[in-house]
Design a protein around this ligand. Sequence first.
Ligand SMILES: C[S@@+](CC[C@H](N)C(=O)[O-])C[C@H]1O[C@@H](n2cnc3c(N)ncnc32)[C@H](O)[C@@H]1O
Length: 425
Amino acid sequence: MDETAPIRDFEKLLRETIGLSMETVGASVIRHALKRRMTACAIRDLHAYWAFLNGSPAERQELVDAVIVPETWFFRDREAFGAMVRHLRENRAGNRPLKLLSLPCSTGEEPYSIAMALLDAGFPDGSFQIDAIDVSSRNLVHAERAIYGKNSFRGADIAFRDRYFEACEDGFRPHDIVRRQVRFRLGNVLAAAAQSGADAYDVAFCRNLLIYFDRETQGAALARLRQMLADNGLLLVGPAESGLPMLHGFASVRYPHAFAFSKAEAAATKPSEPPPARKPRPAPMKASPLPQMQVAAPRPAPRPFLQKAAPTQPSAPAPDQAAANLAEIERAADAGRLTEVQAAAERHIAEFGPSPDAFYWLGLAHDAADAAEEAIRNYRKALYLAPHHQRALAQLRLLQQRLGDHGGAKALADRLDRLAKRSGT
Ligand SMILES: C[S@@+](CC[C@H](N)C(=O)[O-])C[C@H]1O[C@@H](n2cnc3c(N)ncnc32)[C@H](O)[C@@H]1O
């Protein structure tokens, strides 16, 4: 596949469609997704695929599905659910059903966890409603099917599984009482429409999405979330995103380790103007049952590449070879041959596609060469693909500390602590 201009068209399209920042995730992630989709469509030429993509909303959705990271599990960062319950108990006024949002909901573990936490806290069946939204139709199919394997149950405390799940052939399925609290919809945070009054959300979970956006898109997404949240609502973000809401009209609510923010306090402290929200695009990618949200569709008409790309040769993955190659890179790193590590990691990505370990080694090689920006970029790419990559978290933390970013380093240290506790190490 041609490495330069044509890929930029796909990058631009994905940035405009779902806000994905190439700076964060790296072009190799896109290249890999393109390879997979071209193989699936039996198209070998990048130009032909571009033309096909522009004429097919369904294929645009497939490409989005191929590029996103669905990583999630039940009760991920458990403290957030405790903060939600506390907030709702302290702020509930009247008897109207509570409204909660999980955006992005990925394969459903987060919204079902919200339902279980509320039922456990004594909120009766039907007294709340959870809207669960994601831009990936594939994830939503999984969420509605609601059958979960062991990867969805992590950490030491999974007692909730005995209370709320039944075993089935392929895993575990939440009971009816959990499933009926959640409505899944296809939607895009960047095209979410304003809501107010009774329609506004009492609590919004927007976790582990903003990290994949560039600054402008983070601002646009937070501006939308602010519009969708009730005046005394609570916003919950992921641990790596805790520095962002305060830049965009929110104030921190001090629930320990919950990364919780309130709009009301922010309003009282005169928020900075949120950056302009991205214009929702006219047509949805796929018919969505959600009236107020649409998946943004990219440009309507096909347009040619600036230059001709070489035909692509989609190749099958070779997991054993890839693992052996990574082990070799690790040996070179252990021996301190870091220039070699850099070249080998780059070759690895070109040959086997993006992998968290390869980006980690690349980050380490740049780190050793004092190329801090490149190092940070690569550690972040590793964390995009594997948010719990402990070595990438640890090295990024050390680097941020060295650069004087003590807030960022502390957030990563907390994340590592929580990981260690969860894994009992
Ligand atoms: C890492 S998962 C996070 C899931 C869950 N919130 C959690 O923290 O476990 C990221 C999800 O964001 C979704 N996503 C990516 N861009 C999006 C967008 N612009 N609007 C809505 N969802 C998006 C992806 O499809 C993916 O399911």
